[in-house]
Design a protein around this ligand. Structure first.
Ligand SMILES: [Zn+2]
Length: 367
């Protein structure tokens, strides 16, 4: 069982001979809230550059390290190094029950520690390896470091299969659902509410939209063996001018979470068709990111599943596996942390789960 980690020591280079749980503690003690990842990126780069079997590249605060052994397959292990804002939970703390507490313990410095341990201890893997450490995942999509690397150096992300070490509680989570946000705007005509018949009420015109949303029956398609669960929901409604005015406009914001067997175009078409008989004045696609198929049919994925054990389950939330999917690299999520604890002030991880994930990955990469 690891000892209590030392006090905050942000200048100490990362020691990759520490076991994965202690290394996690050390990483948590390097605060790296989104936008402030440079010290941690520097430390990761410096630690990787001591490993002669890796080629190390850097772009901004994103670090990519690769083996070049000429193997038949290349797999990518990737993770974001940023965290959400600290909630009085740094430095990390290991309690007497072996639970490591602190910002990023679960999402996802335990996964980063596993990546670093594999990088340091598997010099001759059976598949070529690419390690990606990237910034700004917890903030707006246009800042995402993986997206920046994909745009500037797509060759650094070439591979046959990717594992994103986002928290999954030690289960393999395949693919991810897409997310589409649409504004449905209805139009009316203003009038004094004392003489409502002189106008037309845009909020009332929106009523059929709400009725259709309430009646929506989610589709649960099976994609590559995993059952997804779609959702169509109003997430906001805006309308009204003053309490004595018949409103001339109402906007219902709808979020469609859809399974990865639909393309982005098909998802938009579905929503458009679903509300086709409502009196909608404007249909605006406000935000859209596609899903990713689980990719579990790929041979490298099958070998991975056999090595880590258990059954794969679908990922309902959107993650960066979608970015790999867009690059043509099937990807899954796998790491020790419980995803339900991510971003919480009492974020934590069972320390003994971290080396287990490391051992399973090592087994896959060395058997
Ligand atoms: Zn995360």
């Amino acid at each position: 069982m690891p000892e209590t980690p030392p006090e905050n020591v942000p200048d100490t280079p990362l020691d990759l001979t520490l076991d994965a749980a202690r290394l996690t503690a050390r990483l948590v003690d390097f605060p790296s809230v989104s936008g402030q990842e440079k010290p941690l990126a520097d430390a990761i780069e410096a630690a990787l550059r001591t490993l002669p079997h890796l080629t190390v590249d850097r772009y901004g605060n994103n670090v990519v390290a690769r083996t070049n052994l000429g193997r038949a397959e290349r797999v990518i292990l990737a993770g974001h190094i940023d965290t959400v804002p600290i909630a009085d939970n740094v430095p990390s703390r290991l309690d007497e029950d072996g639970v490591l507490w602190g910002c990023g313990t679960c999402d996802m410095k335990s996964g980063i520690a596993v990546q670093l341990r594999i990088a340091a201890t598997v010099p001759a893997p059976n598949r070529d390896l690419t390690f990606v450490f990237y910034d700004n995942e917890e903030v707006a999509a246009h800042l995402n470091g993986l997206g920046h690397v994909a745009a500037a150096h797509p060759d650094w992300l070439a591979g046959d299969f990717a594992v994103l070490l986002e928290p999954t509680d030690g289960q393999v989570e395949g693919g991810c659902q897409g997310t589409l946000r649409v504004l449905l705007r209805t139009k009316g005509e203003r009038a004094h509410s004392a003489r409502a018949w002189m106008g037309s009420n845009a909020i009332h015109t929106a009523a059929p939209i709400l009725a259709k949303l309430a009646a929506y029956e989610p589709r649960k398609p099976v994609v590559d063996g995993l059952e997804y669960h779609e959702g169509l929901n109003a997430v906001r409604i805006e309308g009204g001018v003053a309490t004595n005015v018949i409103p001339d406009s109402c906007t219902v914001t709808v979020n469609f979470r859809y399974a990865p067997d639909r393309s982005e175009e098909e998802a938009v078409a579905f929503v458009r068709d679903y509300f086709a008989d409502c009196d909608i004045d404007e249909f605006i696609v406000d935000d859209h990111t596609g899903g990713a198929r689980p990719g579990l049919t790929h041979p490298a994925a099958k070998a991975f599943m056999a090595a880590v054990g258990g059954l794969a389950r679908p990922k309902f939330g959107w993650t960066d596996v979608s970015r790999f999917s867009a690059l043509g690299v099937p990807a899954v999520n796998y790491s020790p942390g419980d995803p339900l604890l991510a971003h919480k002030a009492d974020e934590r991880v069972r320390a003994s789960d971290i080396p287990i994930a490391e051992e399973r990955l090592r087994g896959w990469l060395t058997s």
